[in-house]
Design a protein around this ligand. Structure first.
Ligand SMILES: N[C@@H](CCC(=O)N[C@@H](CS)C(=O)NCC(=O)O)C(=O)O
Length: 243
């Protein structure tokens, strides 16, 4: 795929053994790698993003936010090397996989990272890396408060820890059965939906590593092998940093 205008991905960054510890950011960067689209990456500040969330991209003079909308934009402007071959049934199943990752399993993962007082300091430490030195701690506390308010609004944190875990485990099991024994969701070549599955599952497995959600994910050998496969094929090199 050729690309005249430069693409900068404003996203998260490496941490906890994953190339980007934001599932949506890791999905987008993996999509770009799978589609063979060159990009550089920059630390993403949600406050500067079109949707106030990361990732967002600048592509020439155009800025686009939201990993799903960005991928649609890339397909429109650069072509669709990964998904063009998929049947309507595969697209429908891929869509359900994507929604399960992003709208369902996202929440137990968020809860595991942000709600537990023993786990959150590790997240805070990573966030502090892009914060101003003196007031950075206060900003991180505010982000945590807002995130936990969102988790309450969505409903996940109104449940017991056991129920939240059961909710996440059920999603992991469904993803494992859907993936089956193939290399990727739809055969030997990846689709955009594999990028999504990787963005989520690599993060579930990575952090919190000792948590019950990761422990359950480790028991699903095909998901573990899938994450290893995508990592070794598409993440042999780190991101080139934007100047
Ligand atoms: N639907 C969005 C979700 C992106 C998202 O949840 N981004 C998080 C980081 S993982 C974020 O920017 N959070 C900052 C905030 O909510 O203020 C996408 O796929 O891009």
């Amino acid at each position: 795929m050729t690309n005249a205008a430069r693409i900068t991905v404003h996203a998260g960054w490496e941490g906890f053994g994953v190339p980007d510890f934001s599932p949506a950011c890791l999905k987008l960067k993996t999509y770009l790698r799978m589609a063979n689209v060159p990009y550089t990456s920059a630390l993403g500040d949600p406050r500067k993003a079109p949707t106030k969330k990361i990732p967002f991209i600048t592509h020439g003079s155009t800025a686009v936010g939201d990993s799903g909308l960005i991928i649609e934009h890339l397909k429109r402007t650069l072509g669709d090397p990964l998904d063009a071959r998929l049947s309507p049934e595969q697209r429908a199943l891929g869509h359900l996989v994507r929604r399960t990752c992003e709208e369902s399993l996202y929440w137990p993962l968020l809860h595991a990272r942000w709600a537990d007082d023993a786990v959150f300091p590790h997240v805070a430490e990573k966030l502090r890396m892009i914060m101003p030195p003196v007031i950075g701690g206060l900003i991180v506390s505010k982000i945590r408060k807002d995130t936990l308010r969102n988790a309450w609004g969505q409903g996940i944190s109104r449940h017991t820890g056991g129920d939240i875990l059961a909710y996440g485990r059920a999603d992991i099991d469904a993803l494992s059965v859907t993936l089956g024994n193939g290399a990727y969701l739809f055969g030997d070549e990846p689709s955009s939906y594999d990028a999504t599955l990787f963005g989520t599952m690599a993060n579930v497995l990575a952090f919190p590593k000792d948590g019950a959600l990761a422990e359950h994910a480790r028991s699903r050998a095909n998901l573990v092998a899938f994450v290893d496969r995508v990592k070794s094929k598409y993440w042999a090199t780190p991101d080139a940093k934007a100047q």
